[in-house]
Design a protein around this ligand. Structure first.
Ligand code: PLP
Length: 385
């Protein structure tokens, strides 16, 4: 099928590069990544970018973004060590995970991290003790998880009033309260989610100003979309609308703005190449064609769980006649079905051994792929320079 997401040039480049690679594998195209970075920083020219490393921690991705001037949001001391090994200084990192062991805070502090996210009293107390004097921002809960394809909002963050108390506590314990963060949910389709979140942040800023604390920073997290199977607004439209919300809430003296893109930066730079292992029906008169691939939920496509993320699918050299199929992975786990309710249409003459190309798979695939389930090695990634 002719894919429409990539330019003909990029598509041919990826096809040629992957032709002799064993499947399944991810092809990560650094030109596409650079283009996405440009697009995002154009849409949010005033924001500091902290790349959410968990989306794709490939060394080549990190180095590429480092060269482009990005900062990095880390979730663990392991990501910290990985970045340090690439000579990325700790000053360019934030420790954005609100769930931290005391000894990991101490280690991060020792390595030079001075910027931490928090969302509860216990964590603020650990930070005060093991990362004294550091800058902290408190994460608030947001609504909008029903319009995000991959919600991230409920587990992290605290209610508005608690955020205010935590900032005051941080101050009293000698930390430097710097701002407020939120994450409206990954692949957030409703731009007004940022409006509601920013209004909440404005309220918190005002309340704290009344207590003598001037916050300076808003961390708007991720949530900006990648293009998957269904259409979405362009990043420009997100940028324009969100800039307007900031203007409405903060007027002429806007705070320092941070964004933490993961998906919107790396997803579209990746194409996962898979092979059809087997095609079958469950009875002679069943019309339900099951297409089993060499990649499934455990091999990198875990975000297809619940059919939440629906990747665009492309192929080469089959006939034009399509028919709906059920798509499933190769492992001996009955959960390893990719799409059954939502039916993808594939060529009726698709054969075992044919390749299927999953577009927009640069984010949350290699980092999620299992280590040895059914003996299958982790999803391999090749960098197209
Ligand atoms: C995962 C995560 C992100 C990235 O979100 P995307 O929707 O992939 O852009 C940003 N910030 C934090 C704190 C995260 O946990």
């Amino acid at each position: 099928m002719h894919q429409t997401l990539l330019t003909a040039d990029a598509w041919q480049r990826i096809l040629a590069f992957s032709a002799n690679k064993p499947t399944p594998c991810l092809i990560l195209d650094l030109d596409l990544l650079r283009e996405k970075y440009r697009e995002l920083t154009t849409a949010f020219p005033y924001a500091s970018v902290y790349y959410a490393v968990k989306a794709n921690p490939d060394v080549a991705v990190l180095q590429c973004l480092n060269q482009l001037g990005a900062n990095f949001d880390i979730a663990s001391v392991f990501e910290l060590d990985k970045l340090l090994a690439l000579n990325i200084p700790a000053e360019r990192m934030s420790y954005g995970n609100t769930i931290k062991k005391a000894r990991d805070i101490a280690y991060a502090y020792e390595q030079g991290i001075r910027l931490f996210a928090s969302d509860c009293e216990s964590d603020i107390r650990k930070l005060a003790k093991f990362a004294p004097g550091s800058r902290v921002y408190v994460r608030v809960l947001t609504e909008g998880s029903d319009t995000a394809d991959w919600p991230l909002s409920r587990k992290f963050g605290c209610q508005r009033d608690m955020a205010i108390e935590l900032i005051l506590l941080a101050r009293d314990l000698g930390l430097k309260p710097w701002g407020i963060s939120f994450h409206v949910g990954s692949q957030q389709r409703d731009i007004s989610s940022w409006d509601a979140a920013l209004a909440k942040v404005r309220f918190i800023f005002d309340q704290l100003a009344g207590e003598g604390v001037q916050l300076e920073m808003v961390n708007m997290g991720g949530g900006m979309p990648a293009t998957y199977k269904s259409r979405r607004h362009d990043i420009d439209e997100y940028g324009a609308a969100i800039s307007r919300f900031i203007e409405e809430d903060f007027g002429g003296s806007p705070p320092h703005i941070i964004i933490e893109p993961g998906r919107s930066l790396v997803a579209e730079a990746g194409v996962l190449v898979s092979e059809v292992v087997q095609i079958s029906t469950k009875s002679q008169d069943s019309h339900d064609r099951w297409v089993y691939l060499d990649v499934g939920l455990f091999g990198g496509l875990i975000e297809a769980v619940g059919e939440a993320i629906q990747y665009p699918l492309a192929w080469e050299g089959c006939g034009e006649t399509l028919d709906e199929v059920i798509l499933a992975g190769p492992t001996c786990d009955s959960m390893d079905i990719l799409y059954e309710d939502h039916r993808y249409s594939l060529p009726v003459d698709l054969e075992e051994g044919d390749r299927l190309y999953w577009l927009s798979t640069g984010a949350y695939t290699t980092s999620y792929s299992s280590v040895e389930f059914n003996g299958i090695p982790p999803l391999k990634s090749y960098i197209l320079e």
